[in-house]
Design a binder for this molecule. Structure first.
Ligand SMILES: *[C@@H]1O[C@H](CO)[C@@H](O)[C@H](O)[C@H]1NC(C)=O
Length: 185
């Protein structure tokens, strides 16, 4: 019995470590970002951008890698209580892990850290005639991620001057999971 428990424990330990891949913070291979993702945490130093009806309040379903390392994001947002699909293209700037878009003025985004298989953290700067804001987001391959990753994200936010109160936990709100292709209805 003890042996069984021990081997079970070891099996759990091993399957756990397998999920932890090495964090990558430079020389990103964007082709590895394609596929399904979930928005987990969303943060901004200009909170109205990410609150209800905010211009940066999107929920990610999938990333497609286009030619020349540009990225296509299949997003959802809520308009009048309805989830609607929003296509979003971020054009590669040629710099490592960086892309830009003319959405809402000008938005320049770059990846801070990812392991491709579990999570991705990015930072974006938006500027328009109302001023500048920062947006940061944590994506997961699963609908939720570990507390450690969430803490890592909070630390990244702190490094960029974004306080805890400006971080929204999207796992607690309607993030349009029911609108996804693989939704169980
Ligand atoms: C968001 O927009 C809808 C529709 O215009 C409105 O009914 C709702 O009050 C808005 N929510 C906020 C927080 O402004």
């Amino acid at each position: 019995m003890k042996l069984l428990l021990l081997s079970l424990g070891l099996a759990l330990l091993c399957s756990h470590t397998e999920e932890i891949a090495d964090p990558v913070t430079s020389n990103f291979d964007l082709s590895k970002l394609s596929g399904d993702w979930y928005s987990i945490y969303l943060a901004s130093d200009n909170k109205k951008k990410i609150e209800e009806n905010g211009s940066m309040r999107f929920f990610l379903e999938r990333i497609y890698v286009l030619e020349h390392s540009s990225l296509y994001f299949k997003l959802h947002t809520i308009v009048n209580g309805q989830c609607i699909e929003v296509p979003f293209i971020c054009d590669s700037t040629g710099k490592d892990g960086e892309c830009s878009s003319d959405y809402d003025g000008h938005t320049l985004a770059h990846i801070l850290e990812t392991d491709y298989v579990g999570y991705l953290i990015y930072h974006a700067e938006n500027s328009n005639n109302e001023g500048k804001s920062q947006i940061m987001e944590l994506y997961g391959r699963e609908p939720d991620v570990s507390t450690e990753l969430k803490e890592k994200f909070v630390e990244y936010c702190r490094d960029h001057g974004i306080v805890m109160e400006n971080i929204i936990d999207l796992t607690r709100i309607n993030r349009c999971l029911q609108a996804r292709d693989n939704a169980l209805v």
